[in-house]
Design a protein around this ligand. Structure first.
Ligand SMILES: [Zn+2]
Length: 409
């Protein structure tokens, strides 16, 4: 049987707590959101612990969970997932490191661990080191935000059991990378060779010449730390026989979704910022169903308002997201199973992620409609889906979509 299609909308950092200035309401409770409320009224609602009750999720671990991967099993540390976040399509077996652009003197002594918190030119600097090959191992190197970068080694005979080259303090020399476990010697040699090439290449780079002319410190070295091996993840297609895609502005989400085989759609105006064009995201997602079975949309904006502690801006983001849902409502067919939820709460009063559960709704032909009339943290807690974990959501959608395989006879 031809299965139905799945659309998962993740409003990043949406969950909040009652706010005094809002009359003890959450931003979601206060917002005018007729489309979200209509979907809640005509769908099944509940609340979701993105990872597990009381666990404060990162966006990376929670998206893994929402995509049906147990983060406790597959999350191998920030190195590999930051590499994904820097836009490197990491693969199982890749060894990844977190890096800093730094300033060193002639003796390789670290003068500034963040190269003057360099903001511009890192993409060009990174390009000059991306694509190298050392001892038959391919080097992928991409700039992240500000002074940060990611390094991935891809090839045979690699290990993550090597020491950092980052001395973690200024005034000390860049360290030699060493094998911590037997079998990691090759990786250590490659890291040391890369470190040497990086210094040689960067110190002559035009970006650094210009910096020195302006009297700012050059980004003439790369500090390497936090090695981890990227897990072998079965793709969404292998697991569920679905072709899938993601529409997101944030590199981290693109990276995570890319690593489980989802096509990353580049959409004009669909940034990871407050100014993101949500309508463009909705349109791109709906258009993608021509050849995709499962699409995930991530909208980062509510999370940004939470981190900045701006509840009224969060209300406005919800209202814009509601218009996006209006577009989807107008263009969806009966064959679509739609879920709307979040990857974690970012309460404006806390200005950071918390373990509070987030609201969720599932809408589509055949869903058991419950009594919930509005889409918010409090109302959804009374819904028919009860309280689930992030990892439970995709199986529910698959089942409603007629894509599940029977367990047993
Ligand atoms: Zn956040």
């Amino acid at each position: 049987m031809e299965g139905r299609k799945l659309l998962l909308i993740v409003l990043d950092g949406l969950g909040d707590r009652p706010i005094k200035d809002l009359g003890n309401k959450t931003p979601l409770q206060l917002a005018a959101k007729s489309n979200l409320d209509w979907l809640a009224s005509n769908g099944a609602c509940g609340i979701l612990d993105p990872i597990a009750p009381g666990v404060c999720p990162g966006s990376d671990t929670s998206h893994l969970s929402l995509l049906g991967y147990d983060p406790f099993q597959v999350y191998t540390g920030r190195g590999p997932f930051e590499a994904a976040g820097a836009g490197i399509a990491v693969k199982g077996g890749d060894v990844a490191f977190r890096c800093n652009f730094a300033t060193v003197d002639r003796d390789m002594r670290v003068l500034d661990r963040r190269a003057g918190r360099i903001k511009q030119g890192t993409v060009e600097l990174a390009k000059s080191l991306d694509g190298l090959e050392i001892e038959g191992v391919r080097i992928l190197f991409k700039a992240g935000t500000e002074h940060r970068a990611a390094l991935v080694l891809r090839g045979p005979g690699l290990s993550a059991d090597v020491s950092d080259t980052d001395p973690h303090e200024e005034g000390s020399n860049i360290l030699e990378c060493k094998a911590i476990q037997p079998g990691a010697e090759k990786t250590a040699r490659i890291i040391n060779e890369f470190s040497r090439i990086a210094h040689d290449t960067l110190r002559q780079h035009s970006v650094n010449r210009e910096r020195e002319e302006k009297g700012v410190v050059p980004a003439n070295a790369v500090l390497i730390r936090g090695g981890g091996i990227f897990p072998h993840l079965k793709s969404i297609e292998e697991k569920h026989n679905m072709k899938s895609a993601v529409v997101a502005g944030v590199a981290l989400i693109k990276g995570i979704c890319g690593s489980v085989g989802m096509e990353v759609l580049e959409v004009k105006g669909a940034t990871g910022g407050l100014d993101t064009d949500m309508m463009a995201k909705a349109k791109a997602a709906m258009d993608a169903f021509v050849d995709k079975d499962f699409v995930l949309i991530n909208v980062k904006a509510a999370d940004i308002c939470g981190h900045d502690g701006r509840p009224m801006d969060k209300v406005k983001v919800v209202e814009r997201a509601d218009q996006m849902l209006g577009y989807i409502r107008d263009h969806m067919t009966e064959s679509l199973v739609l879920a709307v939820t979040s990857d974690h709460s970012t309460p404006c009063a806390v200005r950071n992620h918390t373990g509070d559960p987030v609201p969720m709704l599932i809408f589509g032909e055949g869903v058991r409609v419950d009594d919930v009339q509005t889409f918010d943290e409090i109302a959804c807690a009374k819904g028919g889906l009860g309280r689930l974990r992030g990892i439970d959501l995709l199986p529910l959608m698959l089942d409603l979509a007629g894509r599940n395989v029977k367990f047993g006879a």
